[in-house]
Design a protein. Structure first.
Length: 160
């Protein structure tokens, strides 16, 4: 007697996996700095998926980067999140980095205005000489009046 048994093996079931979008850190201007940091792209770690980027960093603001997720053996795509495009056994996600930050310009220091300088030079000398001459003239006139009042006009050097 012979017995025939047929055994059929199903394909190994693949484990469904879902890719995760990379984390993007934008360009910033650190407090007190005049130099901006570059934007960065951090790839996730997902069991069953290997991630690559094109182009590789460092990045600059406004740049477009394509992230590719490739399935490892024994895994299949589950429901892909928004933004991922499948081309089995890979899926791609395009990231456009925001603009580079701008550091505020350091304020321009304007020196305070100096007070005006005192007037010096020939103009001041002429003024002082004129005042001295006027003082001598007034003094001489007062002396003459004093001599006339005391009846001593004969002492006055400029007699007629």
């Amino acid at each position: 007697m012979t017995v025939a048994i047929e055994i059929v093996f199903d394909d190994d079931p693949c484990i469904p996996v879902v890719p995760v979008a990379p984390a993007v850190t934008p360009s910033v201007c650190p407090p007190g700095s005049s130099t901006v940091t570059r934007p960065t792209l951090t790839l996730p770690t997902t069991t069953g998926i290997t991630y690559t980027v094109d182009p590789a960093g460092p990045y600059s603001g406004g740049q477009t980067v394509t992230v590719t997720a490739a399935l490892q053996e024994g895994y299949a795509w589950g429901e892909l999140p928004a933004g991922w495009v499948t081309a089995s056994p890979t899926a791609t996600f395009v990231v456009t980095l925001g603009p580079d930050a701008e550091c505020p310009k350091a304020p321009v220091k304007i020196p305070p205005k100096s007070p005006p300088l005192a007037v010096t030079g020939p103009g001041a000398i002429v003024t002082y000489a004129g005042l001295a001459g006027l003082a001598l003239l007034v003094g001489a006139g007062l002396m003459w009046v004093s001599c006339v009042q005391r009846g001593q006009s004969h002492l006055w050097p400029f007699r007629k």
